[in-house]
Design a protein around this ligand. Structure first.
Ligand code: 5GP
Length: 178
């Protein structure tokens, strides 16, 4: 398995580029089927979800638009547990079908906050797509409607996810070697 170094840490390839792309194609097909004939607003969560959002959105065959919001709350390799305010929200979503695009759901706190904000703004329907989920860390109650992969409770980088700002450009997902 391929190993890489980012700053002071070593990471090992866990999910290949091909596996990621194939899974996103499957999820996009599900969304295309579930929302056939309807309009959808995709909301990507920055920074981590930009790559997932781009690859997903390219495969959407619906009347669709996309917007991005930022909700930074993560530093280094440990979740701080706090949710910061929403940045960059200028979308009118009343009555819209919204699909949130998340890179990774860890405790679920970020997702909980985001869904809450979107429900408050009176979306008709809110669904969640996440590339990754750490079931052992998850304490939330919001279901992930479109999930790419369940992964162990270990820090990962690549495909949009960073370690102290680096590694987002990797096309596969890598897990921290302890
Ligand atoms: P949660 O609120 O679910 O605990 O955390 C979600 C956010 O924490 C994600 O959007 C992501 O930014 C960050 N995060 C959680 N786990 C990881 C990880 O393994 N690697 C990276 N790079 N970020 C993570």
């Amino acid at each position: 398995m391929k190993e890489i170094r980012i700053l002071d840490k070593k990471f090992r390839e866990m999910i290949s580029q091909d596996a990621i792309q194939e899974r996103i194609s499957q999820l996009a097909q599900q969304i295309n089927n579930d929302f056939r004939g309807k309009e959808v607003l995709f909301v990507g969560i920055l920074n981590g979800a930009f790559m997932f959002a781009a690859d997903m959105f390219k495969r959407i065959d619906l009347k669709a638009s996309i917007s991005f919001i930022k909700l930074a709350s993560y530093h280094g390799t440990n979740s701080t547990g706090e949710i910061k305010e929403l940045i960059g929200w200028n979308e009118e979503i009343t009555g819209k079908n919204v699909i949130i695009l998340e890179d990774i759901v860890d405790t679920g706190m970020t997702l909980e906050g985001t869904v809450h904000e979107i429900v408050l703004r009176k979306a008709a329907l809110v669904r969640v797509a996440s590339l990754l989920l750490k079931p052992d860390a998850f304490t939330g109650s919001i279901p992930i409607d479109y999930l790419g992969f369940e992964i162990p409770n270990n820090f990962v980088v690549g495909y949009g996810l960073d370690y102290n700002g680096y590694g987002r450009n990797l096309t596969s997902i890598y897990s921290l070697v302890r």
